[in-house]
Design a protein around this ligand. Structure first.
Ligand SMILES: Nc1nc2c(ncn2[C@@H]2O[C@H](COP(=O)(O)OP(=O)(O)OP(=O)(O)O)[C@@H](O)[C@H]2O)c(=O)[nH]1
Ligand SMILES: [Mg+2]
Length: 253
């Protein structure tokens, strides 16, 4: 197993100043068509680099997952368990993780023995999502030659990461049972754009009023055919279909 300690990569911004440069649907502070044109160019530039990333992943025969959720839903915890199970199956993983500050998550993930690269976005205004250029830069620190699966843990945010193609092959959204059943309806883009949903922290259900059936129904209203698997990142319960899906996707890449 290659070991590469987590290190800091600064994601480049789309424009050369601070602020929040990406296309929200609810722009309500002036700018009109010019603002929309700038946003279009930002996304076009990102998409071109995402395609380049995808070509690079194809060359290296690596399957790439983009894992997204609100802050604290349990992405890192779930991924640590996931990586452990995949390692036992002989699947070689690497991780890129995005946060505004700290390398905590790269350190936690690297403790499993996989190469882990941390991207911090704080130096450039604290982007709330990863971008294709940021991933490209992080790849400079990863040797993908023996890697079957590259997992990207996006910045904790249930909105913005869904707007940016990073060159991934599949998207996973993690919704935890402490967040409320209505989140898929309030933040539909994330659920519409994902291929799989993990309903995490199910070990806490006995202590909550959370209605799992309603949460699943809400996800299905937004994305009718998407698999939704209840899991506990803490205990490892419910992981079988999730691990099987990853194996299938790697096999068919
Ligand atoms: N009870 C319980 N706690 C969990 C579970 N998964 C994560 N947690 C806890 O939830 C908190 C946040 O978990 P993380 O894995 O750091 O969440 P994250 O989504 O990676 O957070 P960010 O990267 O900051 O967005 C930690 O205290 C975890 O121990 C779970 O399945 N059950
Ligand atoms: Mg995390």
């Amino acid at each position: 197993m290659i070991f590469l300690p987590g290190f800091r990569v600064w994601a480049s911004r789309h424009r050369g100043h601070g602020g929040h440069d990406h296309p929200h649907n609810d722009v309500h502070h002036g700018g009109g068509s010019r603002e929309i044109a700038v946003q279009r160019r930002v996304l076009d530039a990102n998409d071109r680099l995402a395609d380049e990333n995808r070509r690079l992943f194809a060359d290296r025969n690596v399957f790439v997952l983009n894992v997204m959720s609100s802050p604290g839903s349990g992405k890192t915890t779930t991924l640590i368990k996931t990586i452990g199970q995949l390692q036992a199956l002989g699947i070689q993983c690497a991780v890129i993780v995005g946060d505004i500050c700290t390398r905590n998550d790269a350190d936690r993930l690297a403790a499993t023995g996989v190469p882990a690269v941390q991207i911090n976005t704080d130096l450039f205004g604290g982007d709330c999502h990863l971008t294709a250029p940021g991933i490209r830069k992080a790849l400079d620190g990863l040797d993908l030659s023996d890697i079957d699966l590259l997992i990207v843990e996006n910045v904790g945010n249930l909105v913005c990461p869904a707007e940016f193609d990073i060159g991934e092959h599949a998207r996973v959204v993690v919704l935890s049972v402490t967040e409320g059943e209505d989140k898929p309806l309030k933040y539909p883009l994330m659920f519409r754009e994902s291929d799989v949903a993990l309903l995490n922290k199910t070990d806490l259900l006995p202590y909550l009023d959370f209605d799992s059936a309603a949460a699943v129904a809400n996800i299905r209203k937004v994305h009718p055919d998407m698999p939704v698997w209840p899991v506990s990142g803490k205990t490892g319960d419910g992981f079988a279909p999730w691990i099987e899906w990853i194996q299938d996707r790697i096999a068919s890449k």
